[in-house]
Design a protein around this ligand. Structure first.
Ligand code: PEP
Ligand code: CO
Length: 476
């Protein structure tokens, strides 16, 4: 398979047969540059930006079209009600944390959640990490003021540094290339871990960590792991050669990030002759954030032409007509699995706001995966000054999301979480050493938004598994 910047044959048009995705008329990988791009850094030196994007364009793809289309097929199954999507990881990855330990930690908790959801719901779980490229962050304000000093906001390691100094906060386009290399390193570890013994179902007990075992959710996990091990033994007793089933011994974790920086995404967008389509080879799935989903904006233009599955964050300000227009722009061919609509309304609001959107999109003939991000609508600053979220609000939003789908007869296709495998104290609640406002500072380590720790994540997964099982009519 070859992927390149320019088609050697005629670029796809509306009459190209067998194309994996037909871009809109007039689209090309740089056509976004004629549109307003929200949330962009003020790159101080255009020459550095040009040099870096040219260097990026010479790098090999991080992921390949066949893998991207594999995810699209799996998502089509989810959209049809035959699976569940777990998308999870850091709010903002740091360059320094693209280490084996860190990637292993994130994979471990994602595997734990996925197996609990599979076991709870009896549905295959498609796993997508916010990983290997989730470096850029949109900000509510372009600058930050401390003691009367105003500096550019920290926009993620791929743009500038978090330290509050003029040097660190100055956007540096060379960081785009560093972002590529850190993504590549993280992906390399990820591929090795998912193919090797670590992701083997035989390891289901080993995925639990010592500190998690002390929590009620951790103990419940041990029980579920016993049941899974026993079920595998039952299958082999029935004559199934479990050793010969790769599905039981390997895992697949697709990658995703917010496509915030169009210069970066353009440089990694390549044409595939076999599929007769353009692919953003920076990740399997890319999404548009709640602050960059303007219909005539640069982000929507760029993503409209690529064949990858696309996420769209759907916040409380999204009107049904606006969402319908966005879906028309990004999914004109009604391709199953093309869109992942990520509802992030906030606890107490999703029950009212979601149903009109479900109807608007469904009536227009799209079959997206509808997923619930219970994180971004529930962030607040606590009395002690930490940006945080309550596990109880997160659980409530997921519960109401499921209930809205049950009422509308649609499939609650997945969840989108910010979590870590570490024992951090960033979100309030949880049954293990319950995190309260006074203890938030103990291990508050996030580079951006507060994440669930491993024990809180398991607690949420059990709750979701129970609801899904009831929703699908499984045994109580
Ligand atoms: C995010 O996912 O980290 C994020 C910034 O989300 P949203 O665009 O929904 O605010
Ligand atoms: Co976030």
């Amino acid at each position: 398979m070859t992927v390149s910047h320019t088609p050697t044959t005629t670029p796809p048009t509306t009459s190209t047969p067998g194309s994996a995705h037909l871009p809109p008329a007039g689209w090309h990988p740089g056509s976004w540059q004629d549109r307003p791009a929200a949330q962009q850094p003020d790159w101080p030196d255009p020459r550095v930006l040009r040099r870096t994007t040219e260097a990026l364009a010479l790098q090999p793809p991080l992921v390949l079209p066949d893998e991207i289309l594999g995810l699209r097929r799996e998502l089509a199954g989810v959209a049809a009600g035959e699976g569940f999507l777990l998308q999870a990881g850091d709010c903002a990855e740091r360059f320094a944390s693209c280490t084996e330990d860190d990637v292993r930690g994130k994979l471990r908790v994602i595997l734990q959640l996925a197996i609990l959801l599979t076991f709870g719901a009896g549905l295959p779980v498609v796993k997508v990490g916010r990983i290997a490229g989730q470096f850029g962050k949109p900000r509510s304000r372009p600058t930050e003021t401390v003691d009367g000093v105003e500096l550019p906001a920290f926009r993620g390691d791929i743009v500038n540094g978090p330290e509050f100094t003029p040097e660190a906060r100055r956007p540096d386009a060379e960081r785009l290339l560093r972002g590529y290399h850190h993504s590549s390193a993280a992906l390399n570890v990820l591929r090795a871990l998912t193919l090797g013994g670590f992701a083997d179902l035989d390891q289901v007990h080993a995925w639990n960590q010592e500190f998690v075992r002390r929590s009620a959710a951790g103990r419940r996990y041990e029980k579920a792991a016993d049941d899974i091990t026993w079920a595998l033994r039952f299958m082999s007793a029935c004559g199934v050669d479990t050793g010969a089933q790769p599905e039981l011994h390997q895992a697949r974790l697709y990658t995703s990030h917010e496509a915030l920086l169009p210069h970066y995404e353009q440089a990694l967008t390549r044409y595939d002759e076999n599929r007769r389509a353009w692919f953003d080879t920076s990740a399997h799935l890319v999404w548009i954030g709640d602050r960059t989903r303007q219909l005539d904006g640069a982000h929507v233009e760029l993503l409209s032409g690529i064949a990858n599955p696309l996420g769209i964050k759907v916040g409380p300000s999204t009107a049904p007509d606006e969402l319908r227009a966005l879906c028309e722009r990004l999914d004109p061919h009604r391709t199953p699995g093309r869109l992942v609509l990520i509802s992030r309304m906030g606890a107490g609001r999703v029950g009212d706001l979601l149903p009109p959107l479900l109807r608007a999109v469904g009536d227009a003939g799209h079959l997206p995966v509808w997923t619930c991000d219970p994180m971004h609508g529930n962030t607040f600053v606590s009395d002690s000054g930490y940006k945080t979220r309550r596990l109880s609000d997160i659980t409530a939003e997921v519960t109401d999301f499921f209930a809205a789908h049950a009422r509308e007869g649609t499939h609650p296709g997945g969840v989108h979480l910010e979590l870590t495998g570490d024992d951090v104290t960033e979100c309030l609640g949880g049954d293990l050493d319950e995190v309260v406002d006074e203890t938030l500072g103990t291990r508050y380590e996030t580079a951006c938004d507060p994440r669930l720790n491993a024990a809180q994540s398991l607690e949420l997964a059990f709750r979701m598994g129970d609801i899904l099982r009831a929703h699908l009519g499984g045994p109580a």
